[in-house]
Design a protein around this ligand. Structure first.
Ligand SMILES: *[C@@H]1O[C@H](CO)[C@@H](O)[C@H](O)[C@H]1NC(C)=O
Ligand SMILES: *[C@@H]1O[C@H](CO)[C@@H](O)[C@H](O)[C@H]1NC(C)=O
Ligand SMILES: *[C@@H]1O[C@H](CO)[C@@H](O)[C@H](O)[C@H]1NC(C)=O
Ligand SMILES: *[C@@H]1O[C@H](CO)[C@@H](O)[C@H](O)[C@H]1NC(C)=O
Ligand SMILES: *[C@@H]1O[C@H](CO)[C@@H](O)[C@H](O)[C@H]1NC(C)=O
Length: 508
């Protein structure tokens, strides 16, 4: 028996050897084309100096078309860039040569299928495939690129590439999905930096947003942890007068990429050389609360196993029947419209991914105190938020028209202050006053907020309840907020029973 096992092991080992042997061995070849040269498109045309990347002609599985593309030399079937996406070669090998300083792809009958577009006309151009996967055209002897493939991304962001806008090129570079797994022609989805308002990274299907990362401020996208280096890669976002760009940098020898698939899903991955497979680090959207606008205007999404929408404080479902059937897209409407100089104020909603800031943003140059006043003074201001700036200090974000695509995030959320009518600030039987204290004894180290249930009517609180941002230890919560925070009063969140009623742990 033991012998049999060792024989099996040997067989497995031999099998492994042959499989490895079947993998294409590293390609060698030249890495550039010069003016006057014409290269017939065999599979491989150029190989970068350290043999990281290959530029050549490929035929997607099951397709009768051929494309000029760039792929990893020693990783099977991972195309990172395609030139002639909507103009394939048909039963033809193609040819590359320079024409008036531009590199062009020709078919058998010398029809131009694709061309680089350089602003100038280099006299002695060279088209070189670099070890970063960037294919560049430059004047021979010069390091300035007149054209580079990194400025025209396909569906993959490689380290060194930048998504977004830069003043130098005037381009707003975006990822564009393939039509399908085997069809590199232009698909419906894009992933880009939205430059309106505070910059946000958004996925669109045509013009419609399907996923939105939170607005950028300081050192993070709202709703996400601050950008920081990991052992595998480090994300970078630059927000300056010269550029608004997102990029990734490798922090190890691992090969990383961010890809947008044909269904509009983003995959951040690295190549696991041991397992010979791409290992996913994250995908976006992450859950259904990431579906853009799932809860409609003034709705806010909570995810725990399933998505759940609630209206923001002071709002109620626009179509209650739909709402009960989990169709939330109609969103919410204000319960009390007396919000123009009628003694209204603000209520804080904690720990959210801030709503869509595109087109609704006004000022990032106000002090905190001025922020509330500024919002209060303009009757169409719906909400404001305070952002910490990476340069130090604070900024003021204000929203107009609508609040859409907000969600609760247990960690890494920000506070938003929503304008509510005076009636919402007053007592009513739907509200409870809760005192909050921090449980130092918390084993897990979470902030455990202890909720003491005190019936409002029993206590005579003098004067008006202040808006929530002024709270010290007596915050006023809307019923739904508590419902959400306690996971719908779930048993697992119940930590005890106090003199005034049950005590819940707030989900953090
Ligand atoms: C390229 O292909 C054309 C026609 O298919 C042929 O005439 C020519 O000799 C080829 N050139 C090279 C360098 O293989
Ligand atoms: C492409 O080549 C295949 C086989 O060589 C042939 O059957 C097919 O008709 C060709 N298609 C075109 C569009 O030339
Ligand atoms: C070559 O490309 C031109 C221009 O796109 C096209 O009109 C022509 O039919 C193509 N020839 C072949 C053989 O595919
Ligand atoms: C921002 O605030 C500073 C100091 O109050 C002021 O000098 C500057 O003009 C403001 N910038 C804008 C764009 O309003
Ligand atoms: C309120 O803010 C909006 C958006 O900035 C602006 O268009 C409008 O003029 C402001 N209204 C008043 C009364 O200041």
């Amino acid at each position: 028996m033991r012998e049999l096992i060792s024989k099996c092991k040997l067989l497995a080992f031999l099998f492994l050897l042959t499989t490895i042997a079947l993998f294409p061995t590293k390609s060698h070849g030249k890495d550039s084309i010069k003016a006057g040269e014409s290269i017939n498109g065999s599979t491989q045309i150029l190989v970068s100096a350290k043999q990281n990347f290959v530029l050549g002609i490929f035929t997607p599985q099951g397709s009768k078309f051929q494309y000029l593309g760039i792929w990893f030399n020693n990783i099977p079937q991972t195309i990172v860039w395609v030139a002639n996406r909507d103009n394939p070669l048909v039963n033809s090998s193609g040819k590359l040569e320079f024409r008036r300083g531009n590199i062009v792809l020709l078919n058998e009958t010398d029809g131009i299928l694709w061309s680089s577009i350089s602003p100038g006309t280099p006299k002695d151009p060279v088209a070189q495939l670099l070890d970063t996967g960037n294919w560049v055209v430059r004047e021979s002897g010069s390091e300035d690129y007149v054209w580079q493939s990194f400025n025209y991304p396909s569906d993959t962001l490689l380290p060194g590439m930048k998504l977004g806008w830069s003043s130098k090129t005037g381009l707003n570079r975006k990822l564009r999905s393939w039509k399908s797994l085997n069809d590199p022609s232009f698909g419906d989805f894009t992933y880009s930096v939205d430059l309106n308002g505070l910059p946000q990274l958004v996925t669109r299907e045509g013009l419609i947003i399907t996923y939105r990362g939170g607005p950028w401020y300081g050192n993070r996208f709202s709703g996400s942890a601050p950008l920081r280096d990991t052992a595998v890669y480090s994300p970078k976002f630059v927000y300056s007068a010269d550029e608004v760009t997102y990029s990734i940098v490798t922090t190890s020898s691992l090969i990383v990429k961010l890809g947008l698939d044909a269904a509009g899903i983003l995959h951040q991955m690295y190549w696991d050389d041991g397992r010979k497979d791409w290992y996913p680090l994250y995908t976006l959207p992450g859950d259904r609360c990431d579906d853009y606008g799932l809860c409609g205007d003034f709705g806010i999404c909570t995810f725990s196993l399933t998505p759940q929408c609630n209206c923001m404080v002071g709002f109620e479902p626009k179509s209650p029947d739909d709402w009960k059937r989990f169709r939330w897209s109609d969103g919410c409407v204000r319960k009390d419209n007396q919000i123009c100089r009628n003694g209204e104020g603000f209520k804080r909603i904690r720990s959210v991914k801030l709503p869509d800031s595109s087109g609704y943003l006004v000022n990032v140059n106000t002090s905190i105190d001025d922020c509330e006043v500024a919002c209060l003074n303009n009757c169409s201001c719906l909400a404001y938020g305070i952002m910490e700036l990476s340069t130090g200090g604070y900024g003021c974000v204000t929203w107009f028209q609508k609040l859409i695509d907000a969600r609760f995030v247990p960690e890494n959320g920000q506070d938003i202050y929503v304008r509510v009518a005076a009636s919402e600030l007053d007592s009513s039987n739907r509200k409870v006053v809760i005192a909050v204290s921090v449980s130092v004894a918390s084993l897990i180290g979470f902030l455990v907020l202890v909720v003491c249930f005190i019936l409002w009517r029993r206590r005579k609180v003098k004067g008006k309840v202040q808006s929530q941002e002024n709270e010290v230890e007596m915050p006023l919560y809307d019923f739904t907020t508590i419902e959400i925070a306690t996971n719908h009063f779930s048993f697992s969140n119940k930590i005890g029973e106090g003199g005034f009623g049950p005590v819940y742990k707030i989900m953090k």
